[in-house]
Design a protein around this ligand. Structure first.
Ligand SMILES: [Zn+2]
Length: 363
């Protein structure tokens, strides 16, 4: 039976999102609530916020998992009165704390008087993988992060491939809580001094937050200026003062579809002498996942898969192409528009287009 997971977003107004996860074999949790606690949250507000969470969710779960800030983990585990108040709000269900133990992400059971369940290591690693995927997937729920699948138009990515839907998770990194969540998961790849290369300027807020989160283990931070930027220019910026590439590079991609960019950068770094290259993609289409170039936090559905322009069924059906600009990752509609005087009738077609283009807040 598939495991059901709800991710709670308790501050400022309690809400939740259900995320599809597969079956977690051997897990006593058939449905559970995941509660990330953002930085600077007062512990005493947790159980009060839980009171306002949709009650069927509270009743349906078989357990819950809290993710406090690293410096608060021990205080939470030691605060028996608080644990009991939280558990009381969640119908006395068993709970765990998710934390980073310096080597891997781990779960520790909350030891209240009545419940203490220990999970097998294999189940822990499976739950951790599911939580990482769920928390990453929420980035795409932000307005503007996904260009939707519409019959009238489709998208041409900076790599020239065509897409029914197009994901831009960098544009969703607008909340400290989301940046904090991604840093929590990415610290696994930053256990030693590492130079981080981002695939887009839209990931810079995440890169800078990683520098704060992981300290000196983010040795140097760089970002591509343009999807088509030459590899030599990028490697030049990554090089140390002695002209050599750093010993360890993390290539952090917002989205991977064909894997061409990741492969180009990975191979160039290796050619120039870097032996320790990690590749992480927050989101990836099936083509990238098959290439096994790197780690993927959240797989994308079929509508995000790249299609060769020559074989594009949407082009054949007369669907308009909206190009994604390779530097800004914005749509090229506004960039190519020219100012001119028009009549109401003359604007009808454009107005109909905009009215029909539901699903995002702006172009
Ligand atoms: Zn097409």
């Amino acid at each position: 039976m598939p495991t059901r997971l709800a991710v709670a977003d308790l501050w400022p107004e309690p809400t939740h999102s259900f995320v599809e996860v597969g079956e977690i074999t051997g897990s006593p949790l058939t449905s559970f609530l995941y509660i990330p606690i953002p930085p600077h949250t007062e512990f005493g507000t947790i159980h009060a916020q839980l009171k306002h969470l949709h009650s069927p969710v509270r009743r349906a779960i078989s357990g819950f998992i809290l993710r406090p800030q690293a410096e608060d983990v021990q205080a939470l585990l030691d605060d028996q009165a608080l644990i009991e108040r939280i558990q009381h709000r969640l119908d006395e269900k068993p709970g765990w704390v998710l934390y980073w133990d310096g080597t891997r992400h781990n779960l520790s059971p909350l030891k209240s008087n009545s419940k203490a369940v220990t999970l097998r290591p294999k189940v822990v690693s499976e739950i951790v993988r599911v939580l990482r995927r769920a928390e990453t997937s929420l980035l795409l729920s932000h307005p503007g992060a996904v260009l939707p699948n519409l019959a009238e138009l489709h998208y041409e990515g900076p790599n020239g491939s065509h897409y029914a839907s197009f994901a831009r998770p960098g544009l969703a990194l607008r909340r400290i809580a989301r940046l904090d969540a991604m840093c929590f998961w990415l610290q696994h790849f930053l256990r030693q001094p590492t130079t981080v290369l981002l695939d887009s300027w839209s990931m810079l807020s995440l890169g800078l937050k990683l520098q704060l989160y992981c300290g000196k283990n983010v040795h140097h931070l760089e970002s591509l200026l343009d999807y088509h930027e030459s590899t030599d220019l990028i490697l030049g910026r990554l090089a140390e003062r002695n002209g050599q590439l750093p010993e360890r590079i993390l290539l952090l991609l917002s989205v991977s579809s064909t894997g061409a960019l990741a492969k180009r950068l990975h191979d160039a770094c290796r050619r120039d002498g870097c032996r320790d290259i990690a590749v992480v993609s927050l989101f990836a289409a099936e083509q990238f996942r098959k290439s096994a170039i790197g780690d993927v936090f959240c797989p994308l559905g079929q509508e995000f898969s790249p299609v060769s322009r020559n074989l594009c069924q949407w082009c054949l059906k007369g669907s308009s192409i909206v190009k994604i600009e390779p530097t800004t990752y914005l749509m090229e509609i506004s960039a190519t528009a020219k100012e001119t005087r028009i009549t109401k009738n003359g604007a009808k077609q454009a107005r109909d287009f905009l009215v029909g283009y539901g699903g995002i807040d702006y172009l």
